[in-house]
Structures are given as C-alpha cells and as structure tokens.
Design a protein around this ligand. Structure first.
Ligand code: AMP
Ligand code: MG
Length: 412
C-alpha cells in the first residue's frame, strides 16, 4: 500500500528543503570564469580606486577661481604650460595662477589645479586657451578613492558575481576569487514509455523532455548537470541508477513518484537509506514530489509531467542549488498583478498557473498562457510568471489582484 502521509504545503516544503541545505565548500577560480558564482568571503579593498586624483574629461587643468566672470564674450585667457596624457607622469608639472595644462580623461591632475574645464568650453590659440564659462572647484575632478577606499568592504560573502562585481575585482588587481563550489547534479528520467532524442519512437512512446529542460535549469542556477539517462520502470535498474547518481551533491529524477503500480522510486529511496521528508505537496501542478537526504546529498523525486517537474524544480530544487552555492538571495520576486481574465479552481491546494505578465500604465497585468494541464509544456514555454492562486480561493474575477512569481527574473 502506498500512503499519502508526508503531505506538506509549498511553504513547508521550501522550508524543509532550505533547512536541509548547507552551502558547499570553497574553491579559487579565475575572475574570468566567475560570472554568477557566489563569493565565499568579503572582499576588502587594499588600494584606492582611482589611485590618484584624475581628470573626468578631456580639457584643461586649471584653478577654478581664474575663470570667475568668464563668458563667451569675455573669456578667461590662461597660459598653456603643457600637456598631460592619460598614464603620464605629473612630475614637475604645476598649475599656477593664470595658467592651465591641457589634460586628457583619466590623466592625473597636476599640482595646483582644482578643476578641469572640458575642451568644448574652450578655444586654444598659440600658447593660450580661452575659457568661455565660469568653472566650479572640482568640476570634472575625480578624487582618489572616490569609487573605492582602502579598507572598504566592497563585496560581501554571499554576493552573486555580476559583471560589475567582476569589474570591481579587476580594479583591485584580483585575478582569482574564492567562491562556493558548484553543486554537481545527476539527472535521471524514469519511464518505460520514454524514448530519447534520436531514438526511434515505438508505439506508445513519447520523447524524454524532462531531462533536457531540467538540465537547462540546473545550469542556469549554477549547478553542474550530469544526465545519466533513461531508466526503465524496474526495481533493479532504478536502484542501480540512483546508486550511481548519489555520487553527485544533488540527485533529480522525474516520474515514478505517484500512485501507479510501477511508481517505485520512493521504494528505492527507502531501500538506499535516503531519509524522506515529504512525498506530496499541496500544489498543482506538482503534487507528487519527494524530497529526501542521504548524508549531505539532496535527493528530489520530481513528478513526471513536464510542467510539474519544471515548476517543482523552480519552487524547491532551484532554491536548494542557490543555497548550496552560497547565494543569500534565493527567492524569485513575487509582485501583485491585475488579472485580465477570470479564474476558477477547486479549493484544497495552491495553483501555480502558467501566465504571461506585461506592464501597462505602471501596473503588472497578467493572463494565463492557455491549456493548464500538467502535460502541456507549450503553455509553460510561453509563460514568464506563475500566477499564485491561494489554497482556499476558488474564483477570481478579471480586475482582481493576484500574486505572480516572476520566474524569468533574478532572485531577490
Ligand atoms: P509518472 O509519474 O511516471 O506516471 O509520469 C507522469 C506523466 O509524465 C506520464 O504521462 C509520463 O509519460 C510523463 N513523463 C514522465 N517522464 C517524462 C519525461 N522525462 N519526459 C516527458 N514526459 C514524461
Ligand atoms: Mg512513470
């Protein structure tokens, strides 16, 4: 007899998964490979950025007070003492009253100068430059340490490395960075009816979809996916496959976790000593969904239907992968949207409807993307959000507000 104990709500399931998940160890990698990885340590600046006061414009380093009262008709006329290129030395260079030094963007500001007037507001004549407007002190003047000061905690443990953060590491002369290790993730498809891509389809067979959409998801959230293949619905084969899969940090299987006579993935979990925390979630799609642990390894027996396995992945596996690789922001943004159609559903579980939001007049508006059967992946491929219809809500009218989870957006 298969039991329906171990039923949890979506919130409980997520809490159980997160409580069971600890970040992995660290590794040092080149910053060029660090995009999207998560910092293992705070990064403290040991240099100022920029290192020196420098110019924010091509123009002339001047003393601002020398331009008092200057205008197009009555320009200030300053003697040009020389030139400073970006990267050049300023030794022996000094701006004194009534003089200027031609300067390029990024070049160090010479002694004496307290502003840079951009070339567009000047005109050079032999030996002199005419300045056509008053210049304020520190105009176009970039201060040493203005971006980053020595001692600043500039990046934090748990930060996901965006391109700008990789740039910060470069500005501090780091060619490597210590990040959390990426989880390895084994993916198994179960089902006698499955034919893999390229295999001949016999009567009654369907293509194996889940392995590929989940492979894509695992990579997207920082895991290293290993696709182990299709396993037939036999105890022996399933057992052997899971044994192999348990070499990874995370195991994801699809199918075989429901009430069918040949759904014995959970029996195999028990047999392999996987400690099961839940087997059913009060949600549609995705009710059959098993989660367990063996030691530190996380094992997810996801449902077989392609939409169910993807939405279960998004709700439970994705946050676990992010936590394993050290991320502190793991929740997809949820915002309120105005429904543009009526929705009816039975009470008793949360529905996560595939939807598409647009933004009109500063408001999120949302519609469903069509056929909501768990087997219809098409409506998932057209979705950019999941409409969260609460457990005990049965009817919603167009114009009402509903929560939507933005599944294509970064975590917050
Ligand atoms: P199950 O829970 O194993 O009975 O699977 C539920 C439904 O999902 C069945 O219609 C299966 O054919 C389908 N299914 C299971 N695994 C896959 C897969 N990898 N790709 C596409 N459909 C699948
Ligand atoms: Mg099956």
């Amino acid at each position: 007899m298969k039991s329906t104990d171990l039923t949890v709500t979506v919130e409980e399931a997520l809490r159980i998964v997160l409580d069971s998940t600890l970040p992995l160890s660290s590794e040092s990698i080149p910053i060029m490979k660090a995009s999207n990885r998560v910092l293992y340590n705070d990064v403290v600046a040991d240099t100022n950025v920029p290192p020196l006061d420098d110019s924010g414009m091509d123009g002339y380093a001047i003393i601002a007070a020398d331009t008092t009262g200057a205008s197009r008709d009555r320009p200030a006329r300053l003697q040009v003492l020389g030139e400073i290129q970006a990267g050049a030395s300023i030794e022996g260079k000094e701006v004194t009253k009534g003089t200027a030094i031609r300067i390029m963007t990024g070049a160090p500001i010479p002694r004496g100068a307290d502003a840079v007037i951009q070339v567009e507001d000047t005109e050079e004549e032999p030996g002199y430059v005419k300045v056509f407007r008053e210049t304020e002190r520190f105009e176009n003047y970039r201060f040493a340490g203005e971006s980053i000061k020595v001692g600043d905690i500039i990046l934090r443990k748990g930060d996901r490395l965006t391109s700008a953060k990789v740039g910060i590491l470069a500005s501090l002369n780091h060619d490597t960075v210590t990040v959390y290790r990426q989880p390895t993730v084994s993916i198994i498809s179960t089902g006698n009816e499955l034919a893999d891509i390229g295999e001949e389809i016999r009567f009654g067979q369907i293509r194996n979809i889940n392995a590929y959409s989940l492979y894509s998801e695992v990579g997207k959230y920082g895991g290293i996916p290993h696709y182990l293949g299709i396993v037939k619905d036999t105890m022996a084969e399933t057992r052997e496959m899971f044994l192999k899969a348990l070499e990874s940090d995370v195991v994801i299987s699809t199918g075989g976790v429901s009430m069918g006579k040949y759904d014995f993935v959970k029996d195999i979990f028990a047999d392999l000593g996987i400690d099961i925390s839940f087997e059913w979630v009060k949600v549609k799609p995705g009710r059959p969904c098993t989660f367990g642990k063996k030691g530190d390894k996380l094992v997810f027996g996801l449902p077989g239907n392609p939409v169910s396995s993807l939405t279960s992945f998004i709700q439970f596996v994705r946050p676990a992968l992010l936590r394993l690789m050290g991320a502190t922001r793991i929740h997809k943004p949820v915002v309120d949207a105005i429904l543009d159609e009526d929705i009816n559903k039975p009470a008793g579980k949360v529905f996560l409807l595939r939807g598409r939001f647009t933004i009109r007049d500063n408001e999120f508006r949302v519609v469903t993307t069509g056929n909501q059967k768990s087997s219809v992946l098409r409506s998932m491929s057209e979705a950019n959000c999941l409409i969260v219809v609460p457990e005990n809500t049965t009817r919603m009218k167009a114009g009402e507000r509903v929560a939507i989870q933005l599944i294509e957006h970064d975590e917050v």
